[in-house]
Design a protein around this ligand. Sequence first.
Ligand SMILES: Nc1ncnc2c1ncn2[C@@H]1O[C@H](COP(=O)(O)OP(=O)(O)O)[C@@H](O)[C@H]1O
Ligand SMILES: [Mg+2]
Length: 226
Amino acid sequence: MEKFISTENLTKIYRKAEEEIRAVDGITIHFRKGEFAAFYGTSGAGKSTLLYLIGGLGQPTEGKVVVDGVDLSTPDEDRRAEFRREKIGFIFQFFYLLPTLTALENVLVPLVPLDLPKENKVEKALEALEKVGLSHRRNHLPGELSGGEQQRAVIARALVLEPEIILADEPTSDLDRKTAEAVIALLRDLNYQGHTIIMATHDLRILDHASRCIGMEDGKIVSDEG
Ligand SMILES: Nc1ncnc2c1ncn2[C@@H]1O[C@H](COP(=O)(O)OP(=O)(O)O)[C@@H](O)[C@H]1O
Ligand SMILES: [Mg+2]
């Protein structure tokens, strides 16, 4: 199997006072290009921590992560940041929309460092908003959007650089069922278009849609099907 994303003995230990939490405990796993994989498990199982590590957002305590031939366990934060910008779109709860910027301006944020004329950037951002069905709300502030619309704006922002890999942490939490289904349909569409998607969820309903379901418990993988 072609290993597009690989972890090897990946471990993240959080130390709090005298307590040691093995949030991710020696995980070795591989993903192919084009997979639509979902981690599930109870709260505290280590799903978010694992996604951060796969996305190069933090450094593992032990082990490594290699994404498309690049070792993301490097302590070189600049290198990791550059790789993230190019390859990975994050749909994470704590990457909130900036409240004083419109939907369009929020989607423009990742394009700021690019050396492109302003009108091309706006064009790209509008395309991304179009993809998620939100271009009619482009001039609204996040506070003027519903929860589902905000989540779609977050997805548009994650997509605007057309990353090969999309990491989504609980992308449907806090959404009503209908909106959750729309967000899942959107992620499936992106997967059909060739994006590799790895999500974390404890919503069992989402798992129906994933092509691979991976169970986690206490920082370890306990099942892997699909
Ligand atoms: N920054 C942190 N500092 C200390 N402990 C943390 C930190 N982040 C997560 N943890 C702990 O690591 C474990 C795994 O957390 P997390 O990855 O958020 O799990 P999940 O996403 O599956 O709910 C939990 O016990 C959590 O309390
Ligand atoms: Mg989590």
